[in-house]
Write a protein that binds this ligand. Structure first.
Ligand code: ATP
Ligand code: MG
Length: 483
C-alpha cells in the first residue's frame, strides 16, 4: 500500500514538473500575458519589436509612494469598471531615472466616451486626438485610449483616422491594443507601461534597455514618424536636452532634411512646445539642441535671422535669458512667457524701432508701438502668443524707453508699475549682453535698495544721460527694381 502511495506521489510530481516546463516553453503572446506576466527578461538585451518584456518591481525599484495618488485613483477606477489601464509615458521614464515627473498620463482600453462616464470631474477634449481630462484640484490627469496605427485605408480616411498625402496625421482616433499603442508613441523610452495590478513595467519597444543606455530612439521608421507628426523633431531635441540623452543616429539623421515640415504645424501647438522647450528648466540645453538641428528658426524666425549678425548681441541675450530662466526655475521662482518672449524678441523689435526712427522720423513711443506690431504679427505666424502674454510684452518693451527717465516723481511711479520687475530684469540682461545703457541697471538696483531720503536725493542729483538715439547709416535700398 505504501509503495502504491509513493508511486502515485511520484506520478503527480512528474505531471506537475511537465506542466511547468510546457508553460515556460510557450511563446509569449501579448494577449495571454497582459495581466499575468510569465516571462521576465531582466537583462538589457534588445528583443524583437513587439515582444513583451516585463520588468518586475524588484528590478525597476520604483518606490510605490512616488506614484501619484490621483493617477492611481484613475487607474483603479478603470480597472474596477473592467478596463485595462496603465500609467504610461514620461512619468514612468522619469520615475525610472529618479526624477519627479511633470505630469502623470494614463492609457486605457476604455474608449473616451466609456471612460468619461466613470469620472464626475472628467471632460473630453480634442478632436485631432480625443482625450479625457480628469481634474483633481489643480492636478490634471490625461487619460488616452490605446491608439492603433493608420495602416489600412479604413483607418486612414474617416472619422477616426485621417492622414494627408504628405504623411501628416490629421486625426488620430483609431483605437487598438496596448501593443499597437506602444508602437504609435514617439520614442522607446516614452513607451513604458506601469501595471498597477502587479507593480511591474511592460516594455514592447526596448524602452527599458534604451533608458539604461541613455538613448532617444524613435519607434519605427524615423522619417515616416516625423512626417506623421513633425513636432516629434522638437520633442527629440527636447528630450535630449531634458534627459541628457544621446539621440540615436538613425533618429537624428532625417531631422535636417524634414525640419521645414514644422512650418505646417499650428502656431498654438508650437507656442506650447516652445514653452516646454525653453521654459521648463532646461532651456539653455534645449536651445543648443535646437541649434544643432537648425530647428530654432521655426519657432523664432526673426530672432534666428539676427543670431549670426554681428550688429546685434542677440545670441548672447538669448543664452542669458535662457540661463536665467533655468536658474529661476531651479530656485522655485516664477517665470512668465511674457518676459521670455519679450527678451527673445527684443533685438528684432529694436531693429525695426531704430529703422522707423531713422527712416520715418517717428516719435519714439509711436515707433516702438509700430515696431512691436510688426514683430508680433510676424512671430504669431510661427508661435501663437495669447493676448495675456502679448499685452505685458508690449509694456515691458515700452518700459525700456521709460526707465531712463526717472527724474522727480517718475521713479516712484515706475517702481509701482506691474511690469517694473520684468522691465528691470530685461535692462540688466541687455547690459550683460553688451549694450551700454550708461549704468541704468545699477541706478535702478541702487534705487530699490535705498531708503526714502536716499531715494529723493538720487532723483534730484543723478543726471542720467539718456542713451543717445542710435542713428544708423541709411542703408542703400536693396533689391530696388530696375527702372
Ligand atoms: P514631459 O511630460 O516630461 O514633457 P512626456 O513624455 O510625458 O514628457 P507628454 O507630451 O506629456 O510627454 O506626452 C505623454 C506621452 O504621450 C509621451 O511620453 C509619448 O508616449 C506620447 N506622445 C506625446 N506626444 C507624442 C507625439 N507627438 N507622437 C507620439 N507620441 C506622443
Ligand atoms: Mg507627460
Amino acid at each position: 500500500m505504501q509503495e502504491l502511495i509513493i508511486i502515485l506521489l511520484l506520478l503527480v510530481c512528474a505531471v506537475l514538473i511537465y506542466k511547468v516546463k510546457v508553460s515556460r516553453s510557450q511563446p509569449a503572446t501579448p494577449s495571454n500575458e497582459q495581466n499575468t506576466p510569465q516571462e521576465t527578461d531582466l537583462t538589457n538585451a534588445y528583443l524583437p519589436l513587439g515582444e513583451k518584456r516585463v520588468i518586475p518591481e524588484s528590478e525597476h525599484q520604483i518606490p510605490r509612494k512616488r506614484l501619484d495618488d490621483n493617477a492611481m485613483k484613475v487607474v483603479y477606477r478603470l480597472h474596477d469598471a473592467g478596463y485595462d489601464s496603465f500609467l504610461v509615458g514620461g512619468c514612468i521614464r522619469d520615475l525610472l531615472l529618479g526624477e519627479k515627473p511633470k505630469d502623470f498620463d494614463v492609457a486605457t482600453s476604455a474608449h473616451p466616451e466609456e471612460a468619461v462616464e466613470l469620472f464626475h470631474r472628467g471632460r473630453l477634449i480634442g478632436r485631432r486626438f480625443k482625450l479625457l481630462h480628469v481634474r483633481f484640484g489643480r492636478e490634471l490627469i490625461e487619460v488616452a485610449t490605446f491608439r492603433a496605427g493608420h495602416d489600412s485605408d479604413e483607418n486612414n480616411n474617416g472619422e477616426q483616422g485621417r492622414q494627408a498625402d504628405s504623411g501628416l496625421i490629421l486625426r488620430d482616433n483609431v483605437y487598438g491594443s496596448i501593443e499597437e499603442d506602444a508602437f504609435r508613441r514617439d520614442f522607446t523610452v516614452n513607451a513604458l507601461y506601469y501595471c498597477a495590478k502587479d507593480y511591474s513595467i511592460y516594455d514592447f519597444a526596448n524602452g527599458y534597455p534604451d533608458l539604461q543606455k541613455k538613448i532617444i530612439r524613435m519607434i519605427g521608421d524615423p522619417e515616416q514618424r516625423y512626417r506623421e507628426d513633425p513636432v516629434r523633431m522638437l520633442r527629440a531635441a527636447r528630450f535630449a536636452a531634458k534627459l541628457g540623452f544621446e539621440i540615436d543616429p538613425d533618429t537624428a539623421k532625417p531631422i535636417h532634411q524634414l525640419s521645414p515640415l514644422l512650418a505646417r504645424i499650428a502656431p498654438a501647438r508650437l507656442f506650447d512646445e516652445s514653452l516646454k522647450l525653453l521654459q521648463s528648466g532646461y532651456g539653455a540645453a534645449s536651445f543648443r539642441q535646437l541649434q544643432r538641428f537648425d530647428l530654432f528658426r521655426y519657432l523664432f524666425p526673426l530672432t534666428h535671422a539676427q543670431l549670426n549678425e554681428s550688429e546685434w548681441p542677440t545670441a548672447t541675450l538669448v543664452q542669458q535669458v535662457l540661463k536665467n530662466t533655468d536658474r529661476r526655475l531651479e530656485q522655485g521662482k516664477s517665470v512668465t512667457p511674457a518676459f521670455m518672449f519679450a527678451a527673445l524678441l527684443w533685438y528684432p523689435m529694436q531693429e525695426r524701432y531704430l529703422r522707423l526712427l531713422d527712416e520715418k522720423d517717428m516719435p519714439p513711443l509711436q515707433a516702438l508701438h509700430e515696431a512691436a506690431n510688426q514683430v508680433l504679427s510676424i512671430q504669431v505666424k510661427s508661435t501663437a502668443i495669447p493676448r495675456r502674454f502679448s499685452a505685458p510684452m508690449r509694456e515691458i518693451w515700452e518700459l525700456q524707453l521709460r526707465l531712463p527717465r526717472f527724474q522727480g516723481k517718475r521713479a516712484e511711479h515706475l517702481l509701482s508699475h506691474p511690469r517694473f520687475r520684468a522691465a528691470y530684469d530685461l535692462t540688466l540682461l541687455r547690459e550683460s549682453a553688451g549694450e551700454d545703457l550708461n549704468g541704468l541697471g545699477k541706478w535702478w538696483t541702487d534705487y530699490q535698495q535705498a531708503n526714502d531720503s536716499e531715494r529723493s536725493q538720487m532723483q534730484r542729483s543723478f543726471e542720467h544721460n539718456t542713451p543717445k538715439k542710435r542713428r544708423r547709416k541709411r542703408r542703400k535700398p536693396v533689391n530696388k527694381p530696375h527702372e
